[in-house]
Design a protein around this ligand. Structure first.
Ligand SMILES: [Zn+2]
Length: 311
């Protein structure tokens, strides 16, 4: 299962209907919690997300709406005696705030939290199952956007395997070795499979329009992007180093992305319809996030594949 679980959608100030930021990406057996704003612990509960389901917490920057939920989340993990280590990744210049957030109140520390300060743009973890890439965005303070890149692979075509008489353990051997001998004939994996592009998810907030935002979103299956303001407030967006919804749409369109989720809305828009409309003026597949929304990563597409075909 690969999906985004939206935990909160408010920027600086929460509203009656929007919790502060918070996003969980489910990626098969892995989970990444992005930007746990205030109240994330309870939002996880309401979304039905177990504290056991994520091993990484990625923080874009140390403004409160992106990190004030960290103490509650970490203390909850400790309370639940989560046994796996949890990495916390963040811009290294925010170290003093991370130190405080991780020790904001008295608690019995039973969770193995591993701090991963990130100094700037680059590959933070080569994987598998995916590479985790950080890129410096244009915000104040230091802010990192995140990108998950799954390496490409091959999808075995069952009809071709059957026709060639390759069954049982021979299939695994073909996948491992790239060749297999069947019935006196040597078969190469390329004959029995098609290329399978890896999936990509990008997480972009907070920032002005900048090259890094386009690079993060490049051909991504799913882009989660801030859209704090409408175009009428473009000057404010620029002044406070934020994006308009139309700019978020432009990033997705020019980067060749497949699906865009906009979020991080200013409290001045109780109804996000105007933001959705403005983003849709630039890009077709846009979803305006609301709290507790689940958004699937679009089905994988390949050159000869229909969505959902065997893999
Ligand atoms: Zn923010």
């Amino acid at each position: 299962m690969r999906e985004l679980v939206v935990l909160g959608t408010a920027s600086q100030a929460p509203t009656r209907y929007r919790n502060h930021n918070g996003y969980l990406l489910r990626w098969d057996d892995e989970g990444i919690l992005f930007d746990p704003g205030e109240g994330t612990q309870r939002q996880l509960l309401l979304a039905g997300v177990s504290p056991w389901s994520f091993g990484r917490i990625c923080i874009t920057h140390l403004h409160g709406d992106h990190c004030l939920g960290l103490p509650g989340v970490v203390q909850r993990l400790s309370l639940d005696r989560v046994t796996h280590p949890v990495e916390v990744l963040y811009p290294s210049s925010g170290q003093v705030y991370i130190d405080r957030l991780l020790h904001a109140a008295v608690f019995d520390e039973h969770v193995d939290v591993r701090q991963r300060p990130v100094a700037g743009s680059g590959i933070v973890d080569p994987g598998p199952p995916f590479a985790l890439v950080a890129k410096r965005l244009d915000h104040v303070p230091d802010t990192l956007g995140w990108r998950l890149e799954e390496p490409g692979g091959r999808t075995m075509m069952h009809d071709r395997l059957e026709a060639a008489g390759i069954v049982g353990p021979a299939v695994g051997e073909l996948q491992r070795a790239g060749i297999v001998d069947v019935g006196g004939r040597r078969v190469r994996v390329e004959e029995m499979s098609v290329e399978r592009p890896g999936q990509v998810v990008a997480f972009i907030m907070d920032t002005r329009l900048c090259d890094a935002a386009f690079e993060l979103a490049e051909r991504a299956d799913l882009v989660v992007c801030e859209a704090t303001f409408a175009s009428a407030e473009a000057d404010l967006a620029r002044q406070y180093h934020h994006l308009t919804a139309a700019q978020a749409g432009r990033i997705a369109a020019e980067a060749g992305a497949r699906r865009l989720v906009i979020s991080h809305f200013s409290q001045r828009y109780p109804d996000e319809t105007i933001l959705l409309d403005e983003a849709r003026s630039e890009f077709d597949d846009v979803i305006a996030a609301h709290d507790l929304l689940h958004v699937p990563v679009p089905s994988r597409l390949g050159p000869d594949l229909e969505p959902g075909r065997v893999s």
